[in-house]
Design a protein around this ligand. Structure first.
Ligand SMILES: [Zn+2]
Length: 105
């Protein structure tokens, strides 16, 4: 699950219970007793929230910081920048911010 090859933690998404993401970066701040894990979605499509069709990529949303269960006795924060998609099927090109199963947007 983890090791300390270069003094940094290596953590994969599975033991975190996070589906459909990959871990990009893990930062620890020992004095702050906090681990920040940056992840990104591995989903292929963002589905329109109105019609359910795949949307076209339309930039990124605001970075979210989500509290995870503590790991190694430290506060654990998951950071993700949600992707946004614009629907070509709905009138007015409705935009959808991607939400994965394990957090609420
Ligand atoms: Zn749509």
């Amino acid at each position: 699950m983890f090791g300390t090859p270069s003094g940094s933690l290596h953590i994969t998404a599975e033991p975190l219970g996070l589906s459909e993401v990959k871990v990009l970066d893990v930062r620890t701040n020992l004095s702050a007793r906090e681990i920040t894990i940056t992840v990104e979605s591995t989903r292929k499509y963002i589905l329109c929230r109105q019609c359910g069709e795949p949307t076209k990529t339309h930039g990124l949303g605001r970075k979210l910081r989500l509290r995870h269960l503590p790991m190694f006795g430290k506060e654990t924060i998951i950071e993700i920048i949600p992707r946004r998609g614009r629907c070509e099927h709905c009138d007015g090109g409705s935009t959808t911010t991607e939400i994965l199963d394990w957090y609420e947007g």
